[in-house]
Design a protein around this ligand. Structure first.
Ligand code: PLP
Length: 423
């Protein structure tokens, strides 16, 4: 067992001053039990906690660190920008540079607005869709997560197309009721939603590659079907690519499947580890945002120069495609190791590129959140403390995907497979 005195002491103090001792809920280790590890340093694929224990990190800050911890080019860019001033509250050249770099990956889009978090990007996208269409409703897909926007913090009622029910205390029933919820993977439910409410739906929003309740692959033609229905009904299609944006190639998941949405939300990788998110789309739509249009959005920290510098440096590393090629090879090597070690009967690696969801089941890979087997979740949570002891840090919840980074090597995969394979 690794020593965790400092983490334990810090957690005790944190709990006295912060709700649950954390700044974001899953960090509290509620599902896996035990003491959250207080990270003090990260380098490449490795992270160290306050007690000096070293982990191969597969959580990677929940997605932004596609290059690994503290990539030298990113750190250098941040230091350089910081020395020039931490914040300006004015226009500056880094905004132009990141806007150009982002749009290079989304050739159909023409404008980008920078915000601070994925939640804020989604909130702005939904407001813009309502503002432009003059319609009240938003269509959400059960199992997709879009941050803690009130109108999207909803769950389905019983039925195929339902008005959303608040999934958190404090969400006004009215905010939830303007959201329709359909199950993932069921195009007929989307058809039904449009048959019932078509001319009142401002936007349909989904993760084109749902990765917030495990990695839930959808049937071929599904996104194309949603695109056709939204277009036929004058509804805007929002792809929430906060996880998938720049993760699988230099651009979005939409381009990989040949589906062009109306709006895309980005976060995580676009900020290279600092708080940056973005909303992008065609000029006619995006120019409806203030100051040109009537849809208001603003932010003191929006487009912060230091944060944007991390994004610019990160995207620069991704542009030639070699990082993504390496990540794909690493992902394939992980699958091969699971098979070679005879783990296939109790461990599935659901994977797209460097998004990896280890699920401890002998059944098929689930495609909806509702079909994730409870015993697979329980096994992950029960095994978690052992993985930490073996020096492997995965997200402390079986619902979360893991991430490979350019800093991972095959030796790190060996360590992961040995841990997942159990004692
Ligand atoms: N959308 C998706 C698909 C996400 O995965 C997340 C966060 O994980 C968000 C939105 C919210 O982003 P943030 O946590 O930066 O507010």
């Amino acid at each position: 067992m690794s020593m965790i005195f400092r983490s334990a002491e810090l957690f005790q103090r944190a709990r006295a001053h912060m709700p649950g001792g954390v700044s974001s809920p899953v960090r509290a280790f509620g599902k896996v039990g035990g003491t959250p590890r207080y990270f003090s340093r990260g380098e490449g694929a490795w992270a160290w906690d306050e007690d000096g224990n070293r982990y191969v990190d597969f959580c990677m800050a929940w997605g932004p660190l596609i290059l690994g911890h503290a990539h030298p080019a990113v750190v250098e860019a941040v230091i350089r920008a910081a020395k020039d001033g931490l914040a300006f509250g004015t226009a500056h050249r880094h905004e132009v540079a990141l806007a150009e770099a982002v749009l290079e990956g989304f050739l159909w889009a023409e404008r980008v607005r920078f915000v601070v978090s994925g939640t804020e990007a989604v909130q702005t996208a939904v407001r813009l869709a309502r503002g432009v269409t003059g319609r009240p409703l938003v269509l959400k897909f059960s199992g997709c997560y879009h941050g803690h926007v009130d109108s999207l913090l909803v769950r389905a009622g019983s039925g195929v197309v339902t008005q959303g029910l608040a999934d958190s205390a404090g969400v006004a029933p009215g905010a939830a009721a303007d959201t329709l919820v359909v199950p993932l993977g069921d195009l007929s439910a989307v058809e039904e939603a449009f048959r019932l409410h078509g001319d009142r739906i401002a936007a349909a929003i989904l993760e084109p590659l749902p990765a917030n309740n495990g990695l839930l692959r959808q049937p071929p033609g599904y996104l194309q079907g949603i695109r056709a229905l939204t277009r036929a009904h004058g509804t805007l299609l929002i792809f929430d690519e906060v996880i998938s944006g720049f993760r699988l190639h230099y651009g979005g998941y939409g381009a990989l499947v040949g589906v062009e949405p109306d709006l895309v939300t980005l976060g995580k990788i676009v900020g290279g580890g600092l708080p940056v998110a973005a909303l992008l789309g065609k000029a006619a739509l995006m120019d409806q945002l203030a100051p040109l249009g009537p849809v208001y959005q603003a932010g003191t920290m929006a487009g912060n120069p230091v944060a944007l510098s991390a994004g610019i440096a990160t995207l620069a590393q991704l542009r030639d495609g070699s990082v993504h090629a390496r990540l794909e090879a690493l992902g394939a090597a992980l699958e091969a190791r699971v098979a070679e070690n005879g783990l296939g009967s109790r461990l599935k690696i659901v994977r797209e590129g460097s998004i990896v969801w280890p699920i401890l089941t002998d059944g098929p890979a689930p495609t909806t959140a509702e079909s994730v087997p409870a015993d697979a979740l329980a096994r992950y949570h029960a095994a978690y403390a052992g993985w930490l002891d073996r020096g492997v840090y995965l997200p402390p919840s079986a619902w979360e995907v893991s991430f490979l980074s350019a800093a991972h090597a095959e030796s790190h995969l060996d360590q992961l497979v040995a841990a997942l394979g159990g004692p």
